[in-house]
Write a protein that binds this ligand. Structure first.
Ligand code: GAR
Length: 205
């Protein structure tokens, strides 16, 4: 019987959401999953150091040098080789192809720094999301964890957490607060929920 679901985390930057997953694992808050592999589409990023510090195998590819298609293919091979069952996009900024998404249908999670469907889709990533929210004048924003389908940021929503915008907020201060108050809590919680569901499904055949 399956004991723990093997999780692969895909990253492109600072890796603070990866860190939240590592911290949750170390605190016993991810009992049904195991962080088994970290993959990045950029070399030299902080997220890779965080993986190595936590003793998680990590591989870096280079999207700029190799192109997105080749990187995606090599990522799929690495995930299969490590028997990864759940893929978590934690600040991963490459858009995955339908081939990848179908291989892991219903088993890819993404964290997005807004209350989807607001400020989502192509071009909305990282600080740009918070800039757009501030320009529009929203008073409440937040974060969303959703399943990934073929529409960017368009998959089924699993968890959301609102965060209030404060007077004087910049994209940077808002990003930090959305991470602290929402993303770092939601992503480990949603990952555990999905792993739990997979274990139950396998158990009941
Ligand atoms: C996070 O705010 C994440 O939600 C966002 O990028 C940041 C990565 O930070 N992702 C997207 O915008 C995806 N469309 P991190 O590398 O410190 O986790």
């Amino acid at each position: 019987m399956l004991k723990q679901v093997r999780i692969g985390v895909l990253v492109s930057g600072g890796g603070s959401n990866l860190q939240a997953l590592i911290d949750a694992q170390q605190a016993g808050k991810l009992p049904d999953g195991q962080l088994a592999l970290v993959l990045s589409d950029r070399p030299g990023i902080r997220a890779l150091e965080r993986a190595r510090e936590a003793g998680i195998p990590a591989l870096a590819f280079d999207r700029k040098a190799e192109g997105a298609q080749a990187v995606e293919q090599r990522m799929l091979e690495a995930l299969e080789q490590q028997h990864i069952q759940v893929v978590v996009l934690a600040g991963f900024l490459m858009i995955l192809s339908p081939i990848f998404i179908r291989k892991y249908a219903g088993r890819i999670l993404n964290v997005h720094p807004s209350l989807l469907p607001a400020f989502g889709g192509k071009g909305f990533y990282g600080l740009k999301v918070h800039q757009a929210a501030l320009e529009r004048g929203v008073q409440v924003t937040g974060a969303t964890v959703h399943l990934v389908n073929e529409i960017p940021d368009g998959g089924r929503i699993l968890l959301q957490q609102p965060v209030r915008v404060r007077r004087g907020d910049t994209a940077e201060t808002l990003q930090r607060r959305v991470m602290e108050q929402a993303e770092w809590k939601l992503l480990p919680r949603a990952t555990q929920m999905l792993c739990r569901r997979i274990i139950k499904e396998e158990h009941h055949g």
